[in-house]
Write a protein that binds this ligand. Structure first.
Ligand SMILES: Nc1ncnc2c1ncn2[C@@H]1O[C@H](COP(=O)(O)OP(=O)(O)OP(=O)(O)O)[C@@H](O)[C@H]1O
Length: 345
């Protein structure tokens, strides 16, 4: 049996009889010691239920949760040695920052110096050095989550469970904190299971991503491998692939350009950006499409184009570029936005 967390054939069910909801449907997942795994999936797919079952906050209707091969199914939450961090941090308002971080550390005679040292070390690690005496009510949302992370890590949990830890923050802060979170988890060698619906967050934080849908795991893989080789169409859709080509129309120039990047037969999946607009290029010489609508998103120009042989897809364009609807534009393929799914997907 491997080191770390083993989730074996776990079922989580709410209610009984005809109204029962199966939130987690026979899931197997290992998180080896030292690894960070993200559970990624749409709202309601069962991510939190699985995390809560691992924590012991939700009973398993079937299957087992084990650590280093030893079942913890009958071990109460506080005896599992797992740390928890939630979306809203859940800091204690009546305690200052230092006391919040120290909360899970040993108390009593003689423990104080070690506790203070550990709190200082953790606050340094999460980028809040010297903030021990601050009232938590005066912290920003991002600072609160940093304190919550320090508090969860302070007792050196053998597994850290994070439920949407950054979702309450705005996008810019979330992106920065996701990178910081990864750094902190790696620096502390923490084994972690992170629930998120945000693909960017999963890709930024995790060593491996487990894609979940309707209570089941669809695929577990390292981020780059997941992006390049989604297991099936649903997984690809959840990752943001927007168009799927089964039979390739070899007469279409865009399809010929795509075929150069297709290493084996299968369904070709295209993400936004699989095509890139090439301004001022002859539209009869290679792949081209007709502009449907154009929009600006996070400083980039996205153009929805109708591409013969392919269909309607989102292409990227240079930021200052623009074209009226109906304009035919030349395109090139960016292989980073193209994946090939198994035939029949
Ligand atoms: N306490 C509960 N009682 C009944 N049904 C529940 C309960 N908690 C969750 N569910 C149901 O179980 C399913 C999975 O919910 P869960 O919260 O695990 O999903 P999730 O992927 O974490 O969603 P979100 O990202 O929206 O939090 C949903 O259909 C949900 O309505």
């Amino acid at each position: 049996m491997s080191d770390g967390l083993q989730v074996h054939d776990v079922v989580v069910r709410y209610g009984t009889g005809p109204d029962a909801v199966t939130a987690v449907d026979h899931v197997d997942l290992d998180v080896p010691a030292g690894e960070v795994v993200a559970l990624l999936g749409p709202s309601g797919c069962g991510k939190s239920s699985l995390l809560r079952a691992v924590a012991g906050l939700e009973p398993v209707a079937a299957g087992d949760v084990a650590w280093d091969g030893v079942s913890v199914a009958r071990t109460p939450v506080h005896r599992r040695g797992f740390g928890l961090m939630f979306q809203d941090g859940q800091l204690f308002g009546h305690l200052d920052v230092g006391a919040n971080v120290a909360y899970g550390l040993p108390r009593g005679r003689g423990a104080r110096p070690a506790r203070d040292a550990r709190v200082a070390q953790l606050l340094d690690l999460v980028g809040l050095p010297g903030l021990q005496r601050r009232d938590v009510a005066t912290l920003s949302g991002g600072q609160r989550q940093r304190v919550a992370l320090a508090r969860a890590l302070a007792p050196r949990p053998r597994l850290l469970l994070l439920d949407e830890p950054l979702s309450a923050l705005d996008r810019t802060l979330r992106e920065r904190l996701a990178l910081d979170l990864r750094d902190v988890l790696v620096a502390t060698g923490t084994t972690a299971l992170l629930v998120t619906h945000d693909q960017d967050e999963a890709f930024a934080v995790a060593d491996r991503i487990a894609v979940m849908d309707a209570g089941r795991l669809l695929q577990v893989a390292a981020p780059a491998q997941l992006w390049a080789r989604p297991a099936d169409r649903r997984t690809a859709q959840l990752l943001g692939y927007e168009a799927f080509l089964g039979a390739l129309d070899a007469d279409a120039p865009a399809v010929r350009a795509l075929a150069a990047h297709v290493p084996h037969p299968g369904v070709v999946a295209l993400a936004a950006g699989a095509f890139v607009v090439v301004p001022d290029q002859d539209t009869t010489a290679g792949p081209a499409g007709d502009v449907h609508v154009q929009r600006s998103r996070r400083g980039r120009t996205e153009v929805v184009v109708d591409v013969p042989g392919v269909g309607r897809v989102t292409a990227l364009a240079p930021s200052a570029w623009s074209a009226a609807p109906g304009t035919r534009v030349a395109l090139r393929v960016d292989p980073a936005g193209v994946a090939v799914l198994p035939a029949g997907s």
